[in-house]
Design a protein around this ligand. Structure first.
Ligand SMILES: Cc1ncc(COP(=O)(O)O)c(C=O)c1O
Length: 460
């Protein structure tokens, strides 16, 4: 055990010892990945920061891991090392990788023309299936969940004539400027989320922010009378998993109705709760619902659903001649490959029978982690939401502010790298694991063993 005179990070290790162990893992990472090192050196010449997209540099290790191929629950890097993938493209590949039926559908559609600006013959099937799963009758497509959220926010302001939107503190709904807002801890003012860059206007002009699991805070936000919609995840997943308290979501719906505020549920991550997301699993009644990431098996495609009442209010606008400059668009949206990918995904994976396999794996993951926590009497906890589970180095937070304050960055970084060096990739944000229909109990056991070893490496 570390020197008791020093404060222990996560009640387990001193900063000095953690730095020493981290350096050992960094050295191991470098020695294992000569090909990725070479590729990263080449990439830095013409790729800003050496990666095609900024947060690819956030994965563990002192340079990015370059991926050769991915299949099912695994991927192989440029050095030929195979990894158990518990990240699954941060939900984008929740189906598992390289699914034959999805790949075939995309290939076959691509050969017959990708984009015509007319609906393809898969369009109606896709909307019917989305309706069946999520319970909303009318659907539109987008390229990404970010786009879908942006479009829905526009529609909400258009329908209600109210200028602002409301979100939850420390939410994440993609790169939507209006949603990159948090409450200042000391003043309670709406301020830009740390790290958000270049907004058109200060977020306090566009956005009100409520605290998750806090009805009084939401009531105060809605009482201003200028909020068009509340956009929220039914459980926060992007600041770690924060589950709704009993009765909270029912009360949120009642409050939004009382204030004439549209409720937008973003199921992009909470689709982990079941085939119809938390909306179907928990009987929610949103006015709009957004779903992105896994519905195309990794293809960039998203969708948003709405009630008949909302659809009626949008209909006249959708028939106007100037609909193409409404701010809702995307020339390639609804292309044949995207719709074929959604059809194949929803036909062959992410079905009730798949969740019956995936959810018990997340339960087993949580139990495996908890066994080590209990063995070493650590004050750590595990949360689960459907086929997603994660561990915290503290008690489970109740809201976004508490989750953001539970900052164990150096310890998280160590666990991520320790796992990666032993062939397990966690989601780079928090200590999160996601399960696809292609994972097996042996995969969970592998993580449980590596997690225990990682804990012991710090205690020893
Ligand atoms: C809840 C939620 N909504 C929307 C998005 C944005 O998805 P995309 O980056 O695919 O646009 C994310 C991304 O993590 C998300 O977690």
């Amino acid at each position: 055990m570390a020197d008791s005179s020093e404060e222990l990070i996560g009640s387990v290790v001193s900063a000095a010892k953690l730095a020493e162990k981290q350096a050992e893992e960094e050295a191991l990472f470098i020695s294992q990945h000569p090909a990725s090192l070479r590729l990263s050196q080449e990439s830095t010449q013409n790729l800003l920061n050496g990666v095609p997209m900024p947060w690819m540099a956030r994965l563990p290790g002192s340079f990015p891991l370059f991926v050769d191929k991915a299949k099912g629950a695994r991927f192989t890097d440029a050095d030929g090392i195979e990894y158990l993938d518990l990240c699954l493209g941060d939900t984008g590949a929740m189906t598992g990788h390289g699914i034959t039926e999805i790949a075939d559908a995309i290939y076959s559609r691509a050969q017959q023309g990708i984009t015509t600006m007319c609906p393809s013959t898969d369009a109606g099937w896709v909307a019917t299936e989305l309706s069946r799963r999520f319970g909303l009758p009318l659907w539109q497509m987008a390229m990404t969940a970010t786009d879908a959220n942006r479009f829905v926010l526009r529609y909400c302001r258009y329908i209600t004539g109210k200028p602002k939107i409301a979100v939850m503190d420390w939410c994440y709904h993609g790169t939507v400027d209006e949603t990159l807002a948090v409450l200042d801890e000391s003043t309670g003012e709406v301020v830009p989320r740390p790290g958000a860059i270049g907004p058109q206007v200060h977020v306090s002009h566009t956005t009100r922010v409520a605290q998750f699991n806090d009805l009084a805070s939401l009531e105060a936000v809605l009482a201003h009378g200028d909020v068009a919609c509340l956009l929220m995840e039914p459980a926060l997943t992007n600041i770690g998993i924060v589950l709704p308290e009993e009765g909270y979501l029912t009360a949120v719906r009642a409050l939004t109705r009382a204030h004439n505020v549209l409720l937008v549920i973003d199921e992009t991550h909470t689709i982990c709760a079941g085939p119809g997301g938390a909306t179907a699993a928990w009987g929610l009644e949103p006015d709009f619902l957004v779903i992105g990431k896994p519905i195309g098996g990794g293809m960039p495609v998203a969708a948003y659903g709405m009630t008949a009442e909302v659809g009626e209010k949008l209909r006249s606008h959708l028939h106007a001649d100037d609909v193409d400059v409404s701010g809702v668009g995307g020339t390639l949206t609804g292309n044949t490959m995207a719709l074929a990918a959604v059809r194949a995904t929803l036909t062959h994976t992410l079905r009730a029978e798949d969740y019956s396999h995936m959810i018990p794996l997340a339960t087993a993951f949580a139990a495996g982690v908890k066994a080590t926590i209990d063995e070493f009497s650590l004050p750590w906890t595990v949360q689960q939401l459907g086929c997603r589970a994660e561990y915290w180095f503290c008690p489970p937070p109740k809201n976004g502010a508490q989750a953001a304050a539970a900052n164990f960055h150096s310890l998280e970084t160590y666990f991520h790298l320790y796992c990666l060096n032993r062939g397990v990739l966690l989601t780079p944000f928090h200590n999160m694991a996601l399960f696809s229909p292609h994972h097996k109990l042996e995969d969970v056991d592998k993580h449980s063993a590596v997690f225990r070893e990682a804990v012991m490496s710090l205690l020893g």
